[in-house]
Every structure is written in C-alpha cells, then in structure tokens.
Unconditional design. Structure first.
Length: 302
C-alpha cells in the first residue's frame, strides 16, 4: 500500500511540474514623459497591479500560474519622446532586476518614440544589457538580446527585425531621423537562432514593436517582412509579441500566432492594460489584464 501511495504521489508531482511551465508579462507603449502626471499615475497603477498578481487568488490568476511570474517584457515606446528625463522615470519605476517598484526582472526594447540611434534610450538599453541577468546572447552593438526560461528561447528585437532602413518604406520618409532604424536586428536574429540545437522542437518567442496590424505595416516594408519570415520559418516560433497600435488582440501571420500587447497607458482613457502569458505542456495561453479586471483576448484577422 505504501509503495502504491508513493507512486501515486510521484505521478501527481510529475503532473504538477509539467503544468508549472513558464509565466511572464508583456506590456507595451508606456510612453513615459517628463511632464504628464496622468501618464505617471496610470503606469504606476499598472505596475502595482503586476506586483499584486503573485498574491491574487482569482481563478484567472491561478490558471495563469501568476505566483511564478518570471519577468516583464516591454515591446517598445518606453518613452514618448526619447528624452533622458522620460527614460529615467521608466527606470525609477521599473528598475532592472526587481529592485524598484516593479518586483520582477525587466526585458525592455525600444520603439519609434524612443529616439535616434545615438539617443539616450538606446544608449541606456546598451548599458542595461551589460547588467541584465541570465542573457543567452547579445548583439555586437549591444542592443538586441535573447535569453532562456526553461526550454523556451526568447528574443528581444526592439523596433522590428531589419538591418539598414529600407527607403522603399514610404511612410517612414515622413520621419527624417534615425529613430526608424532597426540597427541590424535581423542579422542578430539569424545568428541567435543558429545557436538553437534542436530548431524543430525548441519553442521560440519573439518580441518587437511593429506587427502586422494596419498601422504597423506602414512602418516596415514587405521585403523586410519577407526576409524576417525566411529567417524564422524553419524554427518552432510559438508566438510573436508586438505593440505600436495600442490594441490588444491576437491574429495569425503566415501560420504563426501574433499577439498585440496593447498599451499600459491608453491616452485620454486614463487607463491601460498588459498581457499575462502562460506557456505549458506545449500550449501558449494569454489573457489581458487591466487595473480592475481580467479580459479574454480578442481575435482579429489581417
């Protein structure tokens, strides 16, 4: 009887371990600036909500394994203007490894609002990557990076997967600054993926600012999107997360699940949201959380 009970408990333990998986938060378009108290207050409330998830006992929090959140990934537009004072507001609230108000490690990327190639935000991300714990790989220019949570490989590509800016991007011609430049993120992606030993089975998750919603597609060309697809098509990409248009939804791009992370600060609505992600048993689950409630993610077709 003792042996039977011991085996039964081992089976329960194995099921629980398999179910535990990896949980993390994705947030986008924080738009910190040095003048708006409303923006700061809303972002502060969002961070407080993130912190409280570990203690929340709602059915949603339990089902998404919120007690074991690994970190928070930011998919661009950390600031509204690329200024040092704006990024410092982000740093003072989000920290790097859970040492500030946010109690999780942070994995931020830059977006089109975060300034030029030699601007403050990109330079600070380079510096933060020197201290960011547990990175698997960092690009030669110190901007793009990857890491592993258990057997899942995660990649931060910042604004979008590209190399030199493509002048065929008509919309980008309205913006004369180098904020539109991806700075060799596609080359980094190619190199990073080659380090995966089993490309057909290792789950890969990619983070970037632009996606394939109607607004995002204006900012990078079809040729760049095709080059990105050719780079990832033979790998087990289970999800791509982006921001930019401040919407919260999921859709498919060439058979790959894409998640639009929305925005922590929804402008004149004085509110915001983020995504709670749970990967377990080969499945990726995602729910939207705002300051007051959980929401199921909407499905859109583009």
């Amino acid at each position: 009887m003792r042996n039977t009970l011991f085996i039964f408990l081992l089976q329960i333990s194995s099921i629980a371990f398999a179910r535990e998986g990896v949980s993390f938060i994705v947030v986008s378009d924080l738009h910190f600036n040095d003048s708006s108290q409303v923006n700061y207050r809303v972002n502060d409330s969002i961070v407080e909500c993130m912190n409280m998830l570990r203690e929340e006992d709602s059915p949603e929090a339990i089902s998404m394994n919120c007690k074991n959140i690994r970190g928070v990934v930011v998919t661009g537009d950390v600031t509204d203007d690329g200024l040092s004072t704006s990024f410092e507001r982000f740093g003072n609230m989000y920290g790097l490894v859970g040492e500030r108000k946010l109690k999780y490690p942070v994995y931020e990327g830059f977006g089109n609002h975060d300034g030029d190639m030699d601007g403050y935000v990109r330079q600070q991300i380079k510096q933060r990557n020197l201290s960011r714990k547990g990175l698997q790989s960092v690009s030669g220019n110190k901007l793009h990076y990857s890491w592993n949570w258990e057997n899942i490989h995660l990649i931060q590509l910042n604004i979008y997967p590209g190399n030199e800016w493509d002048p065929a991007c008509d919309w980008c011609k309205y913006f004369k600054t180098s904020s539109r430049d991806a700075q060799e993120s596609l080359s980094f992606l190619k190199e990073d993926l080659q380090n995966i030993s089993d490309k057909s089975t290792t789950p890969v998750v990619i983070f970037m600012h632009y996606g394939w919603d109607g607004f995002s597609k204006l900012w990078w060309t079809e040729a760049e999107q095709e080059a990105f697809y050719k780079t990832i098509k033979d790998f087990n990409v289970i999800g791509i997360f982006h921001g930019h248009d401040h919407g919260s939804k999921t859709y498919n791009w060439r058979g790959i699940r894409v998640f639009d992370a929305g925005s922590s600060f929804s402008g004149n609505k004085n509110t915001g949201s983020f995504m709670m992600v749970y990967i377990h048993d080969g499945q990726l689950e995602c729910k939207i959380r705002n300051i007051n409630e959980w929401c199921d993610i909407n499905t859109n077709v583009y």
